[in-house]
Design a protein around this ligand. Structure first.
Ligand code: HEM
Length: 409
């Protein structure tokens, strides 16, 4: 429950700050300065969105965790007060990520087994093989090369395709549509069309698995349809959520994480030269904390009044919990703006918190551990081809990262 959240009752800035805020030029890894200022001056304040609505912005780590764990806080986009992400189509509902318990829990339980730590660990040699194969191809191919296309995107795409039973040969189709789905400047119609096309495709695959089950997650989902537990549309939405979340996020972490390490050569050297697998694990947690690619925050609506240290958030009001600023909260992470792969960053909220915390986190962690533990060791002279100024960052997408990353060695 969120009754005893931290900090003094904040003053309300006048006029209300607009959200989202821009990052500072030449600080692509840091949250917008205006967010940092609010965390210090007014950690719980209203902000104004593109449509004039005024949700609360929650910036402190403790407050975010308390609210994300509070059953009076809804993730359902239909709940009154839910802060709209973008003009219409940004919030198209897919899967249980935008449902509340008990329905959310019922659906989530149907697909948890393949993401359990033991099952994921059994996949580690498969992922290691994929990563080694792609590094071999990089080394044998021309330079410079775009690390996003040649390495960062294929790894999680191959893995989630294998898990789900989606043919990897179709990757260009679903990667292109996913790009449109997360593009902030795409029109609602374009976003709807993109998710619709993948949905038709996945719906077709589920239909095939209904008739001819295989040993994959799509067949498991189809089995739930056959048992009458979900209908075909729910099954398709579930598959869409897994395919989308399974590749777009991890791919951005691989490319952006590599760039962050190249910009912090002392940290890269520590990682490259270590024999200690624990340091690789710790580097992954720190990069998740430091980069926080789901940069536009967790959105929620309040279904019953919640008191926060004297401040009442009313039923019907919206909340935005920007995890990237919580991950820079100095009360939890000393010297938070420094990338330090030796620190204990495990309390980060890059995978969110509460019932909606990332289902795929064991898989994402394992993939990143294999990548970060392999790439720089096998290509020790890896470097950016060109300057940082030439890199295009994904300020225009719901998931942060780089559009491309030209590298050489
Ligand atoms: C580094 C990579 C990843 C990051 C940073 C990430 C981040 C997140 C975050 C922040 C949420 C919470 C959303 C919310 O609270 O509203 C989430 C949920 C989710 N993620 Fe991930 N994710 C990653 C990788 C993956 C992978 C590999 C999968 C595998 C399919 C996955 C599947 C999901 C699912 C199904 C949910 C919804 C959980 C629910 O609502 O119960 N994610 N992820």
């Amino acid at each position: 429950m969120a009754d005893t959240l931290t900090g003094p009752v904040p003053e309300t800035p006048d006029p209300l700050p607009e959200f989202p805020m821009p990052r500072a030029a030449r600080c692509p890894f840091d949250p917008p300065p205006a967010l940092k200022e609010l965390q210090e001056r007014a950690p719980l304040t209203k902000v104004r969105l593109w449509d004039g609505s005024e949700p609360w912005l929650v910036t402190r780590h403790a407050d975010q965790r308390a609210l994300l764990g509070d059953p009076r806080v809804s993730a359902d986009t239909d709940t009154p007060g839910y802060p709209p992400k973008a003009d219409g189509g940004g919030d198209s509902k897919f899967g249980f990520i935008m449902l509340d318990d008990p329905e959310h829990a019922r659906l989530r339980r149907m697909v948890t087994a393949p993401f359990a730590i033991k099952r994921v660990e059994a996949l580690r040699p498969v992922v290691q093989n994929i990563v080694d194969g792609l590094v071999d191809e990089l080394l044998a191919g021309p330079k410079p090369v775009d690390l996003v296309e040649a390495f960062a995107l294929p790894i999680p795409s191959l893995v989630i395709c294998e898990l789900l039973g989606v043919p990897y040969d179709d990757h260009a189709f679903f990667q292109d549509n996913t790009k449109t789905m997360v593009h902030r400047d795409a029109t609602p119609e374009q976003r709807r069309q993109a998710s619709g096309e993948i949905a038709v495709y996945l719906g077709g695959l589920i239909g095939k698995r209904l008739a001819d089950p295989q040993d994959d997650l799509l067949s498991g989902i189809a089995g739930r349809v056959r048992a009458g537990e979900i209908d075909h549309r729910q099954a398709t939405e579930m598959a869409l959520l897994l395919l989308f979340a399974g590749h777009e996020t991890t791919a951005n972490m691989i490319a952006l994480g590599t760039l962050a390490l190249l910009q912090n050569p002392d940290q890269l050297a520590l990682l490259r030269d270590t024999d200690d697998p624990k340091l690789v694990v710790s580097a992954v947690e720190e990069l998740l904390r430091y980069l926080n690619i789901t940069h536009l925050g967790r959105r929620r609506a309040v279904t019953a009044d919640i008191e926060i240290g004297g401040q009442v958030i009313r039923a019907g009001e919206g909340l935005i919990m920007v995890n990237e600023i919580a991950n820079r909260d100095p009360e939890v992470f000393p010297d938070p703006d420094r990338l330090d792969i030796t620190r204990d960053a495990r309390r980060h909220v890059a995978f969110s918190f509460g019932v909606h915390q990332c289902l795929g986190q064991p898989l994402a962690r394992m993939e990143l551990q294999v990548v970060y533990g392999t790439l720089y060791r096998r290509i020790p002279t890896l470097r950016l081809a060109g300057s940082l100024d030439e890199v295009r960052f994904k300020d225009d997408a719901f998931i942060y990262g780089v559009h491309s990353l030209p590298v050489t060695w």
